[in-house]
Design a protein around this ligand. Sequence first.
Ligand code: TRP
Length: 330
Amino acid sequence: MSEKIVLTGIKPTGTPHIGNYVGALKPLIEMARSNRTFMFIADLHALNIIHDAAQIRQHTYEIAALLIAMGLDLNNAVLFRQSDIVQVSQLSTMLMNVTPKGLMNRAHSYKAAMDKNMAAGLDTDAGVNMGLYTYPVLMAADILLYGTDIVPCGADQKQHVEFARDIAGYFNHIYGNVFKLPEPVIGQSTGIIPGLDGRKMSKSYDNTIPLLAPENELKKKIMRIITDSKTPDDVKDPDTSTIFQLYTHFATDDEIADFRQKLMTPGMGYGTAKTILFDKINAVLTPVRNEYERLMANPSEIDAILADGAARARAVAAQTYDRVHHAMLG
Ligand code: TRP
């Protein structure tokens, strides 16, 4: 096991799709096998968007159940709910005082909100609450509280991790060497995972394939993948085929080579190709779906795992926070 401490947070704001599974969740589960990992559900970070407690709770359970069902190694990984650790809010308050306001003005997410407002002819800060504006400070608190070395994340979160590093630097400069400086690690490219229409799979394009949908719904979605108009007798190009691209993320090397060959040989239509894809994805996801459904029907089991994770996380968080409190207030 490496000595590095890995940390990541997942926001409970939506239902995960196959793109999330392949691009983010699977690599995280893999990473947690060989690293001490803090993995939490960032419910406090959901608050600037979702003002409905029931919805946040539901998404929190969904993500926790999914990670457990995917086989997250709970010995190495500390799985918990962000809001269960009161020290994160406390540390966030402390960090506000060494964080330049100008740094927050430069945050991509805040700038995107301002750009959208300007394009719509609204006040630049319309609809922007302080939760959104100070989001990077809370995220810095998440990262710095657990002595994090590495934050695996998507490219969209890189700036936030760099801010955490900057904020740690400002703090250390004033108060001495309290925080370790974290580093973002952008997932090695799994390539673009195409959605139903061939563009990158994304909630904002409305082209996703849900990860935990019942079998018949999964099948219906897959049968709806857009293809070109080649007939069974035509030779097809696997490298521009959404069906083939998706297949590569679920099948073995031999199966992938075999499927490639089939597409490049006259005889197989897209309907058959989609059925092969469905069978493969369904075979991989069925055990995950079954375990997920079992856990969702037994929330007390999820609660117990999250409570255990919170106790382990708190032990580390309390130590860090005490050092900060002592440095700032004596
Ligand atoms: N901001 C992250 C996202 O939107 C979630 C998150 C919250 C996070 N705290 C974090 C990620 C700390 C990494 C580290 O996806």
